[in-house]
Design a protein around this ligand. Structure first.
Ligand code: GDP
Ligand code: MG
Length: 252
């Protein structure tokens, strides 16, 4: 297997964008997680995977967000996403291989009828809105509600991501950010403003998503093994989610 790219290695918990709209504000990874990773370093088998779904209105920039991170590319010509399922992005977190499975919609959001296979088993939900379009922020709440029907609220990490930061003046940004932070607090999501065009905030966002889903996976593995005692953990394997059999989500 190819080694993980040097710029995908995470050794410290990255900081949230804003402490007012953060999933947590601690300085580093949970002690048990760090210790478990140190212990099992040599016996790690396979990859840990977290399913991350990306939802939001059509044309808010979901596909560009994923492409900027995974391919470091930005295409200013709008193409409706057709037939894309997910991108795999490999990381190494605290010495352990870990992948994000980033699910893009196949254009179904146009019809507001995303299939349950798309939503099911997500460890993180990225609700995307366009910072230059207040309506898309208003709709964020509905997207989240739809996605949560298929998921357990206690185990999903939420990110509220404002895109196209490059299009707004600082004053416009401040105004919509106030609303976004308020919504983040209410739905318990972490807020990130980004630009796929300039790349601003993209890497920090996905590193945070990778770190927090990884940490949650390890903690739940520790719990499943019946103990928080690090010594009991031999290796961290697999993920809690089912492997997708039907890679293309069908529209209703
Ligand atoms: P999706 O339907 O949510 O997947 O939206 P896309 O990712 O396809 O983007 C929709 C349109 O917004 C495209 O024309 C993109 O070029 C544009 N776009 C996406 N992200 C940005 C950004 O960060 N800045 C700017 N200026 N335009 C963007
Ligand atoms: Mg798209």
């Amino acid at each position: 297997m190819l080694p993980v790219k040097q710029d995908r290695i995470i050794t410290h918990l990255p900081k949230a964008f804003s402490p007012n709209a953060a999933l947590d504000t601690k300085d580093g990874f949970h002690k048990q997680v760090t210790a478990a990773c140190q212990e099992q370093k040599t016996s790690t088998e396979g990859l840990n995977i977290a399913k991350v779904i990306v939802v939001g209105d059509v044309a808010v920039g979901k596909t560009c967000l994923i492409s900027r991170f995974c391919k470091n590319a930005f295409d200013k010509n709008y193409k409706a996403t057709i037939g894309v399922d997910f991108e795999m992005e490999r990381f190494e977190v605290l010495g352990v291989p870990f992948s994000l499975q980033l699910w893009d919609t196949a254009g179904q959001e146009r019809f507001k009828c995303i299939a349950s296979t798309y939503y099911r088993g997500a460890q993180a939900i990225i609700v995307v809105f366009d910072l230059s379009n207040v309506g898309s922020l208003v709709h964020a709440r509905q997207w989240l509600e739809d996605a949560m029907v298929e998921n357990d609220p206690s185990s999903v990490l939420l990110f509220l991501v404002g895109t196209k930061k490059d299009l707004s003046s600082p004053e416009q940004l401040a105004h919509i950010e106030q609303e976004a932070v308020r919504l983040s607090e209410e739905i318990k999501a972490e807020y990130w403003p980004v630009s796929a065009k300039s790349g601003d905030g993209i890497r920090d966002l996905f590193f945070r998503v990778a770190s927090l889903t990884f940490e949650a996976n390890v903690l739940s593995e520790l719990e499943r093994n019946g103990s928080r005692n690090v010594g009991d953990i031999i290796r961290i394997t697999g993920s809690t989610e089912e492997k997708p059999t039907n890679r293309k989500a069908n529209c209703c």
